[in-house]
Design a protein around this ligand. Structure first.
Ligand code: ZN
Ligand code: ZN
Length: 303
């Protein structure tokens, strides 16, 4: 059953006003800048030889990798962030492709620029679904690499999260602290990762331009609330998720399983879109139904 939510104009005006008013005290000028391309097109079904990750340097210490569409229609995004002492890779891809070589290429160039001969790599996950952890077996054999467990207990322990999901944790990469927020609902071990240096908030499969599959409705509502509160009290430049499934036409997505997506929605979402989602989820009062919004679709599924 599909239910299209139609918030009243007055309600939308309040949402827009709320978004505009959620101004944070911190100066955006203090954040390290970066760039995003207009499109992260991941190609079609033909790999044209060896499949290649699309690699984009948001800035010299922050990389976005996208798995090629020809290797898995999910074509997830992976994020590689460098601190002075170690680097964090968030997610290891959907499998069926060599994910270590592109990461090694970036790491080798980074080390050359910094006169280093080694840098430790931490591989963690936005959540435990197969399209984000399948490369773990390859990274398990890589030197100087720690692969964080996928279950909630392992995530809690590694990031020092006292109470799950109420508390947040941290990881210090060396002069670069990342905040880790539990956001269960899509999957029990889902986390968001906030980079204080750039203001980028990585939101996994919980918030991205596509179908937000909700398995635990109560947990999801609380998590979207938590994300919204965080984004209202911290300078957030971009919210970057793990997929793009919407098209560039508002409220229109590519059908499930689409490989070739030449006219995708932009990867980045902002605070206004999150506030809208939070507002709609709140109005549902625990009875979450499939709802098409402009940039995302709320899509409850069986737990
Ligand atoms: Zn997922
Ligand atoms: Zn996914």
């Amino acid at each position: 059953m599909t239910v299209t939510c139609r918030p009243t104009l007055a309600r939308l005006a309040i949402v827009a006003l709320t978004a505009a008013c959620m101004h944070h005290g911190a100066s955006r000028g203090a954040l390290e800048p970066g760039t995003l391309p207009p499109s992260f097109y991941a190609g079609g079904p033909d790999c044209g030889g060896a499949p290649r990750f699309r690699v984009h340097a948001y800035n010299p210490d922050f990389y976005i990798l996208r798995q090629p569409a020809c290797t898995n229609y999910e074509k997830p995004f992976l994020y590689l962030i460098f601190g002075r002492d170690r680097a964090l890779l968030l997610d290891s891809g959907a499998g069926n492709v060599d994910v270590v070589t592109p990461v090694d290429t970036i790491v080798t160039r980074w080390m050359a620029r910094h006169g280093r001969t080694s840098v430790n790599l931490v591989v963690a996950h936005s959540h435990a679904h197969g399209d984000h952890v399948a490369g773990d077996t390859l990274f398990a054999r890589r030197p100087n690499t720690t692969v964080v467990g996928r279950d909630t207990a392992s995530v809690r322990a590694f990031f020092g999260i006292a109470r799950w999901p109420a508390d947040s944790g941290q990881i210090d990469l060396g002069g670069r602290v990342l905040d880790v927020l539990p956001i269960p609902g899509h999957q029990p071990a889902s986390i968001a990762v906030y980079d204080r240096r750039t203001g980028v908030l990585l939101t996994g499969d919980t918030f991205y331009p596509g179908r937000l599959y909700v398995r635990d409705t109560a947990a999801f509502a609380t998590s979207i609330d938590r994300l919204t509160a965080f984004a209202s009290t911290h300078p957030v430049t971009h919210m970057l998720g793990a997929h793009v499934e919407n098209t560039s036409t508002p409220s229109v997505d590519y059908p499930v399983g689409t490989v070739d997506q030449p006219a995708e929605h932009a990867l980045s979402l902002g605070r206004a879109e999150l506030v809208t989602l939070d507002s709609v989820v709140r109005m549902m009062r625990g009875r979450i139904t499939r709802t098409v919004l402009r940039d995302v679709t709320i899509w409850p599924v069986a737990p």
